[in-house]
Design a protein around this ligand. Structure first.
Ligand code: ADP
Length: 409
């Protein structure tokens, strides 16, 4: 690799997030988002060296957005700085336990996983194909949301349904947010100087929310399942409900499978409970103004989170730390305090002042220095993790293909 900088592509069905990152220092040279692709209002916003810009691209698709991004990078003299491209891929099935260089076989497997993530993998594939066309001479790497959780034991990943459904159709818990968990758990180890044999609970609380138990660097349990719908209450997703709801709503209300799926994924969670918003900031404000349904939505969010964290703890021999991350985990002292109050059974006890300051002056620590388990707020950085994996894999490949130095006897 002539330059170490990595271009990150995170492709959604109508968006393309990108960033050029130095994988060693973590410095973002440029980052941006192309959104509403395929619509009249398609646009790209990006920031570079503190300058923010916006380009309107009416009707642009992923292909055009990628060409524009390449144009931007060329114009800014950054094209030569791109050493490799790292792609976020949501589902890697059981095949990918870690990030991988992309070749035709890897593409086939990602394509194969589309049935497990029909909303995400097709967009991720478009991102890779478009980027390969524009950057044919560079190495491309896939970093999977599911890979980190492949270390879970069978008791954590199997559902108690006929085993043949696992054998024949790969029905099992996969879990998501793995790149974020890898990042925040490594940061927690550094900050707390924990030994190899450590035990953590991590909660990634954003629009999608999940939690995981991590033992000695490996995921041993997580709340999301076959799809990201399972587990915690989220912005618009219900999290756990009785699976018989499908049946009940079909006979009681004439709902089709699609209607119930849509309701559970898009109209439930904080939005469904509050009838107001899927956004935690809006709900906290409404609650402060006396809105009862906002309060109820927040209470149920916290109840579910605490209950699931306590359940995850049963996969750990002891607890070194609880880590909060994601938009809500990093910013909402309200949610952290209420959740930690419910977890006193795990010895969790936070310092209220540190919590209100989001751990800003205490290296993310919001528990007292001498209290175990520690409670931490760590800002996640999935892009940096993708950049590091990409850099590492490409450097390793270069080392593997270089002839070994001749030995002199
Ligand atoms: P995504 O999962 O889409 O990446 P984020 O991780 O950015 O989402 O999290 C978005 C959530 O974080 C929203 O519910 C938002 O309201 C919440 N959030 C962001 N800042 C705050 C804050 N200061 N207080 C409470 N919630 C916040």
């Amino acid at each position: 690799m002539t330059s170490p900088n990595v271009l990150i592509f995170n492709c959604g069905s109508s968006s393309l997030k990108f960033a050029l990152i130095d994988p060693i220092s973590g410095v973002e040279v440029i980052s941006g988002l192309a959104e509403r692709l395929g619509e009249e209002l398609a646009s790209i916003r990006y920031s570079m060296g503190g300058m923010k810009q916006r380009l309107e691209l009416p009707g642009a698709d992923h292909q055009e957005a990628c060409a524009q991004i390449l144009g931007l990078l060329t114009e800014a003299g950054l094209k030569q700085q791109i050493g490799a491209i790292g792609h976020r891929v949501v589902h890697g099935g059981e095949r990918f336990r870690e990030s991988t260089l992309i070749d035709a076989q890897v593409m086939d497997t990602i394509r194969d996983c589309q049935r497990l993530a029909p909303l995400h993998n097709p967009a991720n594939l478009i991102g890779i194909e478009v980027a390969q066309q524009h950057f044919p001479s560079l190495q491309h790497v896939a970093v999977f949301d599911t890979a980190f959780h492949q270390s879970m034991p069978a008791e954590a990943y199997l559902y108690a349904i006929p085993y043949a459904l696992y054998q024949q159709h790969a029905v099992r818990r996969y879990g998501f947010h793995g790149t974020s968990y890898r990042y925040v758990s490594q940061r927690a180890l550094e900050l707390l100087e924990l030994p190899t044999d450590h035990s953590l609970l991590c909660a990634h609380l954003g629009n999608g929310s999940s939690a995981a138990a991590i033992r000695s660097g490996n995921s041993v349990d997580t709340t999301m399942g076959l799809t990201p719908l399972e587990g915690l209450v989220m912005g618009t997703r219900s999290g756990n409900v009785d699976p018989n709801l499908y049946d009940f709503l079909a006979s009681e209300c004439g709902y089709s499978l699609q209607q119930t799926s849509r309701m559970l994924n898009k109209e439930s969670g904080l939005l469904g409970l509050s009838g107001l918003s899927n956004d935690m900031r809006t709900l906290e404000q409404a609650e402060a103004e006396g809105n009862e349904r906002a309060r109820l939505a927040i209470d149920i969010y916290v109840f579910t989170l605490a209950r699931q964290l306590a359940g995850l703890a049963t996969s750990l021999p002891h607890l070194d730390a609880l880590v909060f991350t994601g938009g809500i985990g990093e910013n909402s002292s309200r949610i952290r305090e209420a959740t930690c109050r419910r977890l006193s059974i795990l010895g969790i006890d936070i310092d209220l002042e540190r919590n209100v300051a989001n751990g800003a002056q205490s290296q993310g620590r919001i528990s007292a220095d001498n209290n175990t388990p520690a409670v931490l707020v760590i800002n996640t950085n999935e892009e940096l993790m993708i950049a590091r994996d990409t850099h590492h894999l490409v450097a390793q490949q270069v080392a593997d293909t270089e002839p070994s130095p001749s030995r002199h006897h």
